[in-house]
Ligand binder design. Sequence first.
Ligand code: GLN
Length: 507
Amino acid sequence: CIANQKLFTELNAFITPLQSLGTYADRIRDADIRRENGASKSPLDGRLIAIKDNICTRSLPTTCASRMLEKFSSPFDATVIKSLENAGAIIGGKTNLDEFGMGSHSTNSHFGPVKNYFDTVNGSEKSLSAGGSSGGSAVAVATDQCYAALGTDTGGSVRLPAAYTGIVGFKPSYGLISRWGVIAYANSLDTVGILAKKTSTVREVFNILNHHDAHDPTNLSNATRSRISNAVSQLHSSTRLSSRPLRIGVPIEYNLTEMTSPVRSAWLSALHTLETQGHSLHPISLPSTKHALSAYYILAPAEASSNLAKYDGVRYGTRAEGPDKSSEEGSTDYLYARTRGEGFGDEVRRRILLGSFSLSADAMDNYFIQAQRVRRLVQNDFDYVFALKNPLGDDAQVENHSSSTSSTETKVDVIVGPTTASLPPSLASVTGDEDAAVSAPLHSYVTDVCTVPASLAGLPAVSVPVSVTPPGEAQEDGSLGFNKVGIQIIGQYGDDDLVLRVAELLE
Ligand code: GLN
């Protein structure tokens, strides 16, 4: 469905664009014949999948939207690419993103910002933020340029763009999908996520990618996978779905003062839908939520500063022109510094400085170590409220929970809250054209307040679009009549299937 090439080019969703439809025609036709003969390789046979440009592909360049990797071509395919191709999927273009995944609006790209949707108001163009960092993948799906897309989600980068473009964005439990060949931002948080218009499509892609991969040491072994699925199915058959309705947790800390009225009404409407279907609602408290964002913005840059050290123009990266030695004999500092100064954008440099500082000997205890403690508290909060015991967890930690709620009746199956506090802001407001204060990086960090807790805890979470009516209400929000709000469903570790089932209940 590559219909309006001009519009698509202006949206800037791709760094390596899709080929003309004719290029894929033979493969699509072959897959159609296989489908007719009942010999399909998989539900993805002949489907076009767009790939975020921080996932390595042998046939297409992989830039991470960075000048540093502008000329990089991977000598191998990421495991997720191999799995998709074995399933018959066609790897289409490579999508635009915030450089190395760092950002919330897909504006920190060496190739220019992604535009979500645009309109002309009083003769001047008004575009919306596509969310970030997988904004290109989200826009490619939302505009029907592909069947589904892969993104990466470290602190919300699949869920936020899905919310801002009105589609489904799923971040599975950490360690289920292989990260081999996915260029690292923050290893302990990075996950491959899936974007599509329907949850059923997300599920099709997830089923292909959810398998053990020995190349990725953090990928779950088959033994752990079967232990988790036994624990999950035991709870499924004994206490829920078959014999009783779901218990839905409503996190009071997600009721932010900054929440705009379309988001609040979409959240209420989603809860109402679930209640009408017979499920019960339970207010829950996740007391460490308020510290999660600060912890995330210590931990993620710390890991990033270490991961990005290899881009020095010698081991990796486009080497800066000029002499490769400083006046001091034998030193390569000069070359490294110029390469990194020219190769990385402002936000990436900011994160490297932040991360190097928080890992330095003097700051370590106050920042990095404290943030690790907060991360554990966030995990404990979730373990405390879920009926399913964390299959990777340890009971002692959960008992130390600070919340006053204690009876087992407070246990819930899933948590339902907003993905973010507002509708997509205008692109101008986040690039600084309108108001420099709004464009401050801090403002962009705050956008992630509802998505980072599940990332810190490694939990499965999905954002599904819920319509708000009338759309006019959305316009008051400055959002050009955009009337879809992202609602987030979070489940216990390993309960990915339930999270997707609840998403389906809201479609
Ligand atoms: N906005 C967050 C960040 O900049 C999340 C990014 C992501 O999930 N890749 O770190």
